[in-house]
Write a protein that binds this ligand. Structure first.
Ligand code: ADE
Ligand code: ZN
Length: 327
């Protein structure tokens, strides 16, 4: 179709995807073979079924199990090589990758090796695939404020080339964004951007907390904001972009039907929206599919899709010359 051809040729950025969640089925199958006791299927069809999530906590549980298969620096480089290849195939020129460094450390990768693997993988992405990568080190809310402090220690202590931000993922139910303010303050004081997830599975309160307590410059998901017109005005006025991942939200149960996804509400309120895949390997999606979905489900036109791509480029923490080339 003309829309598919347009999207396939459109230069894009992707601002929200997780390193481990980006691993292809083939990559995860290979890792599962290396760790047969890891509880992750070693057969393709079984792995597909393993990725059928009953709800958001179930998704996080599966995510952590796959994370534990990534045990070496070489695994990290393999993930980045595969990811950069997938991005290049979708004409993504720049991506910000969320790396949950504390979880990688818990899986057995020492911090110096992790930092070196990210640097090697980033060079490889550029040289082999023509894709520029940036890093967002995301704390896992499950590990509490101490985990966030350790995340900031890693980010500031090693600061691998391409480091742009500090993030916060994991659950929102029973964990308050505001509790992570000290770690975010420290990261921001050292020049990192604040890019937490908020309002993925809960309502506007946590998005407000991300904006006020964590000084979020962009927000992962943020779809819970749709219920609060005053918050939508705030995000629009202060130009705080939301990284929206419709397929992710459907697969994790964050929305119950794709037609009910609030993306059109967010855009109608003037909030900058960028499209992202979140965990493309686990949600069976890619960035072009997210653009196509916006056309198919929400009736977005080619000029509107181009505007989404431009909003993404403006929201990227990349070098200005790269941004200009994408815009
Ligand atoms: N970690 C990986 N994907 C995530 C998501 N969608 N929300 C929160 N934490 C995550
Ligand atoms: Zn995410």
């Amino acid at each position: 179709s003309p829309v598919a051809a347009f999207v396939a040729a459109l230069p894009k950025v992707e601002l929200h995807l997780h390193l481990v969640g980006s691993a292809s089925l083939d990559t995860v199958l290979a890792l599962a073979h290396h760790h047969p006791d890891g509880g992750v299927p070693t057969e393709r069809e079984a792995l597909r079924r393993f990725y059928a999530f009953t709800d958001f906590p179930h998704f996080l549980n599966v995510y952590h199990r796959v994370n534990l298969l990534v045990t070496t620096a070489a695994d990290v480089v393999t993930l980045l090589d595969g990811l950069a290849g997938e991005l290049a195939a979708r004409t993504v020129r720049y991506a910000e990758v969320q790396v949950t460094a504390v979880r990688n450390r818990m899986a057995g990768i020492a911090y110096p090796e992790l930092a070196a693997a990210l640097t090697d993988g980033r060079a490889l992405a550029r040289e082999r695939h023509g894709v520029e990568l940036g890093w967002i080190f995301d704390a896992d809310a499950t590990l509490g404020p101490e985990g966030a402090e350790e995340t900031v220690d890693f980010a500031l202590g090693y600061r691998p080339e391409g480091t742009v931000g500090i993030g916060l993922g994991g659950p929102e139910v029973g964990v308050r964004r505001a509790d992570f303010a000290p770690a975010f303050d420290r990261a921001r004081a050292a020049g990192l951007h604040s890019v937490p997830h908020a309002g993925e599975t809960v309502g506007p309160d946590e998005v407000w907390a991300a904006v006020t307590a964590l000084r979020a410059e962009r927000i992962g998901h943020g779809i819970g904001a749709a219920a609060d017109p005053r918050l939508l005005d705030h995000l629009a006025e202060h130009r705080v972009p939301l990284e929206v991942s419709p397929t992710s939200n459907l697969r994790t149960g964050a929305v119950t039907a794709i037609e009910e996804h609030p993306l059109p509400v967010l855009r109608a309120a003037g909030v900058p929206v960028t499209l992202a895949t979140d965990d493309p390997g686990m949600f069976h999606t890619d960035l072009n599919a997210e653009y196509q979905l916006c056309h198919d489900v929400f009736g977005m036109t080619v000029p509107e899709l181009a505007e989404i791509a431009r909003d993404g480029a403006r929201a990227a923490f990349c070098a200005p010359d790269l941004r200009e080339r994408i815009l």
